[in-house]
Design a protein around this ligand. Structure first.
Ligand code: NDP
Ligand code: GDR
Length: 343
């Protein structure tokens, strides 16, 4: 790792799945990384504890700041202090099912949070390159394959909020000349995926069932089609967008399609089990409006960014099951999601 600081980056949502991988990537490239975290009564930094550096140590390059996307003045203060070269806005209420329970909060964070951050950039008079975590959920009911030209038809408060963020990012690019990119990312997963998203929910359950610690797994709609890739590869794509000569909007996806049922089968068969013996239906995991099929066409990213994903869904399921088995063996799961909610 280089000891010379080349650039300063702000990462909102650094405590999440993507934020943790992106922070690792940026540190490995010699960046000074400023992560925005939320104050919490319980520890919320488990995904970044391994890269945390003692702030008293010389030459440390990871700095954490308390900052919520609902707190505009704080964002202005930090933008002034840090004067970043790059800003990655990954923070969001990111759970689609939860967005039906908390539509207003989701709009405030996942939607208006973006304009607060963009206004903080303007108010501070800085001109960093800006990455917005846009989502395939914006396509919603538009049939696959979806690319940068596919019309948006969001099907959840989360998807609607992300459409707002997408367009406000484009507007700041056009109105103020900000170097701003939307990464329109399809589902990407990893052993650090939150435990209430479907892939991790399945792989954690497989580990427990294989260990004799669980006998049933309650699921919602098994017919949904998703394009699941591997999160560490997707954060590389985010970084590449901000290194271009001109800003743009890019789909990142594997262009493959699997149902939730397929993911169950891939995960259970990796430990030699038949998923149908364990999986039960629970309607509370259904959504009022579902997104039936998301399959991305990432040819623009391949052409312009040279970004091509290597890990496809079958291998991803194996990586996640193996990691959950190892985590269980090493005393429980690494990332604890204990509450039994409708998510
Ligand atoms: P996570 O849910 O794992 O992480 C979300 C992050 O946002 C966490 O660090 C969380 O903090 C933080 N956060 C939530 N609310 C606020 C708030 N009000 N103020 C400040 N920070 C907040 O998401 P992912 O890492 O999976 O995704 C990263 C981004 O990419 C999100 O915007 C998501 O919507 C988007 N996205 C994700 C895709 C995926 O497949 N993973 C696909 C497309 C888009 P805390 O840890 O305290 O909860
Ligand atoms: P998604 O991810 O909604 O695509 O959003 P999630 O893993 O929650 O759901 C995927 C599909 O699985 C179905 N499903 C279940 N989902 C959950 N969570 N729990 C269940 O028990 C269950 N049973 C079936 C869902 O109905 C859905 O069809 C993710 C998030 O990371 C977003 O932030 C991101 O923008 C999009 O991916 C792209």
């Amino acid at each position: 790792m280089s000891s010379t600081v080349v650039k300063k980056a702000i990462v909102t949502g650094i405590t999440g799945q993507d934020g943790s991988y992106l922070a690792e990537l940026l540190l490995s490239k010699g960046y000074e990384v400023h992560g925005f975290i939320r104050r919490s009564s319980s520890f919320n930094t488990s995904r970044i504890d391994h890269i945390y550096q003692d702030p008293h140590a010389e030459n440390h390059r990871l700095f954490l700041h308390f900052a919520d996307l609902t707190d505009a003045s704080r964002l202005v203060t930090l933008m002034n202090e840090i004067e970043p070269d790059e800003v990655y806005n990954l923070a969001a209420q990111s759970h689609v099912r939860v967005s039906f329970d908390e539509p207003e909060y989701t709009g405030d964070t996942t939607g208006l949070g973006t304009v607060r951050l963009l206004e903080a950039i303007r108010a501070a008079g800085v001109s960093p390159r800006y990455y917005q975590a846009s989502s395939s959920e914006m396509f919603g009911a538009s049939p696959p394959p979806q690319n940068e030209d596919t019309p948006f038809y969001p099907r959840s408060p989360y998807g609607v909020a992300k459409v707002y963020s997408y367009w406000i990012t484009r507007n700041y690019r056009e109105a103020y000349g900000l170097f701003a990119c939307n990464g329109i990312l399809f589902n990407h997963e990893s052993p650090r995926r939150g435990g209430t998203f479907v892939t991790r929910k399945i792989t954690r359950a497989v580990a427990r069932i294989a260990a004799g610690q669980q006998t049933e797994l309650y699921m919602g709609n098994l017919d949904s089609v998703r394009d699941w890739g591997y999160a560490p590869e997707y954060v590389e794509g985010m970084w590449r967008m901000l290194q271009l000569d001109e800003p743009g909007d890019f789909v990142l996806a594997t262009n493959t399609s699997y149902t939730v049922r397929d993911f169950l089968q891939l995960s259970f068969e990796h430990v030699g089990l038949d998923w149908e013996k364990y999986v039960r239906f629970d309607e509370r995991y259904l959504r009022p409006t579902e997104v039936d099929s998301l399959v991305g066409d990432a040819s623009k990213a391949a052409d312009v960014l040279g970004w091509v994903p290597k890990v496809l869904t079958p291998r991803l399921a194996q990586i996640m099951v193996d990691a959950d088995i190892a985590a269980l063996a090493a005393e429980g799961t690494r990332y604890v999601d204990t509450a039994e909610t409708s998510a």
